[in-house]
Structures are given as C-alpha cells and as structure tokens.
Design a protein around this ligand. Sequence first.
Ligand code: ADP
Ligand code: MG
Length: 387
Amino acid sequence: MKIHEYQAKRLFKDFGIPVPEGSVAYTKEEALEIADKIGYPCVIKAQVHAGGRGKAGGVKLAKDRDEALRFAEEIIGMHIKNIQTGAQGKKVRKVLVEKGVNIVNELYLALIMDREKAMPVIIASLEGGMEIEKVAKRHPEHIFKEYIHPVTGLSNFHNIRLSFKLGLNKTQRGIFSKLVSNLYKLFNEKDASIVEINPLIITNTEELIALDAKVNFDDNALVKHSDIMELRDIYEEDPFEVEASKYDLNYIKLDGNIGCMVNGAGLAMATMDILKYYKGEPANFLDVGGGTSEERIKEAFKILIADKNVKVVFINIFGGIVRTDIVASGVVNAARSLNVNIPVVILLRGTNEEQARKIIDESGLNFISEVDFKKAALKSVELSRGD
Ligand code: ADP
Ligand code: MG
C-alpha cells in the first residue's frame, strides 16, 4: 500500500526523522492559511501517489503570499502525468504546504527489502534529487549499499561506514547515524517495503532534513497496523482494483483489451504469456483464486466488462479445487444479469468439465466454448482485433 508524502512525513516525525514544518491543504484558502502561519518562502507540493512531481510542475517554491495563492490554485486540480502515474495521469486533490528550506547538498537515502538476498538493504547516494534508477544505470559506483541481517539488525558500523562513503563531516555523521537508525526502526515496526528519502538534504546550519518522503507497506502485514490502514486513499488507486479488493480478487489493471478471468496466479501468468505470444494485449491480470465461489465469479465478471477497453473476455479456469460447473453457472448468471454485449471465450477444464460445458451450451448465451488452450487464446486475440 502506498501513502502520501504528507502522511509519510507525519510518520517520519513520530520516529524522530526531521522534516520541514508543513501541513496538508485541500483548497487554496487552506493553503494560504498554512503558508501565512509557517512564513515565506514556502513550497506548494502536489500530493499524489507518484514521484517525479517536481518535473511535472507539481512542486513550486513561493516567495510571497501572492505566489503561494497562485501556485496553490494552479496545482490543486492539475493532472500529473509521468512514467509513475501511468497513461491516465493523476488528479491532484490536495497539496502539502511546507517551509522552504535552504539546500546546500542533496543526498539519496532509502531502505528496501532485497528479495534476492532476503534482507533489508540501505541504499545511499550523493546524487539526491535525481531518479535513482538513472544514477544506478549511469554511475553504479555512486550508489552505496549496506545489507542488514534481520537477526543481528542494524549496527552503528553500517551507518558510520555509509556516512564516510558519503563524505560527511563529524557532526553530520552523528546526525546521519541517528537518522538511519530511526528510519530502520520505522521500516521494521511498520512493516514497510520501501522507505525512501529523495532528497535528504543538508542545510547551511548542518541539519539533515527529509525533503521528500515515500513509504510503501507490505500489504500482507497491514492486518497488524490499523493506524496505517487508515491512511489508505482509494482516490489514488485504480477504481477497478479497489472494487476487486472488496471481493479479495487478485486484480491488476493493464493497458490491453482482452479481459482475462483466470484461477491461480501461475495459470493467469501463462494466459497472459500466450496472449502476448499471439500478439494480443491483456487488459488485466485477474486471479479469482483457487476455491472460488459463484459470487466472486460474478463480481470478477462485472469488473472485467466495466472496463471500456475490453473488447473480448477470455475465461480460463482449471478446476482443481474449484468445480468448473460452479464457475459456469456463475458466469452464465452474471452474463444474464449484466447484459454483456462483447464476445466471451470460455475454456473450462478439470473437475466437472462436461457439466460445465453443458451449462454453457444450454444457456442460450453467445459464448465461444473451447477445449484447447492454444485455440482459445488465438480466438480471443482474433476477436480483440475485431476481425
Ligand atoms: P518529486 O520527487 O516528486 O519531484 P520532491 O519532494 O523530491 O518531489 O521535490 C522536488 C524538488 O523540489 C526537490 O528535489 C527539492 O529540490 C525541491 N523541494 C521540495 N521540497 C522543498 C522544500 N520544502 N524546500 C525547498 N525545496 C524543496
Ligand atoms: Mg523526490
């Protein structure tokens, strides 16, 4: 789960990580009120679940009241569109108004889970404010890492070693060390998957301040953190994904036009692979789960056909635990109640497949029932092209 910068900064504050004074505003009047309170210059920052806001015009430094009002007006309601927001972009519904800070040096600092090494890693660089992926590509030697064994945890030597590599002076080293320890504490206690500060700045008074804050959480651990769960902002999530999560459906929206309903993540991947192989484009990843019910099938079907890009639905269910006749009834009932006017290719194999096919054939619905994976995929691709 993702949260906004202003929420991440509140968490930082709770964990003793210095952030600029600031507060969130939903209207330009609110923004101005906050700006007046913290003084000028101040920064108006678009709050969306994506980075790269600065380059997209979503972060502006206001030197006085007039500018603060103008920038708040411009930014609230604007659309941020970049590689992180996807093709549709994200509408800005609120801004963070914070104190303009004097930057002497911008660093990069992050803590993420390294899945290959199965332990957290601290990543630091002198090239703060830049996209870290670009730094990693052009100058991998400018990136420093410290792996933290989960059993022994973080030690001061990790922090000190990093601070020397970053060329920090003695005062800065002390502050940095404390900051990293607090960041690690947050990362662990809140079950984060990423904590990123880009940039972490050094001021002219030798303070270290988190100017940006990104925190993502491990969804599987959210049950332990009701305080974090409250920070969820469904306006930032894909509406189809929000709907799917209500029914525990594992759904990810993609850009293609073949709606896929599959059971099991492995089969869902294989389905997407075969569609791609035949030059088709899946509109989504959807795993309805191993032991799915008729109701979930119905909800899944609803979500698929609500996506206006979808030109054809490909249902590919292997009945291992789930009975395919139940799937067939679910799909038929859903199609009847939903007035489906796009073609549906259906491939049901496994437990009770004969009964399932009978239900489909006798439904009177115009479904294309297949028994072969390759043929079903080819048919779906063909129909998605409209030929
Ligand atoms: P993003 O990464 O989404 O572009 P940031 O929060 O990193 O957004 O802001 C972009 C840039 O704006 C920063 O690299 C920094 O140079 C500047 N900036 C952000 N917040 C402040 C602030 N409070 N004071 C001064 N400059 C800021
Ligand atoms: Mg940033």
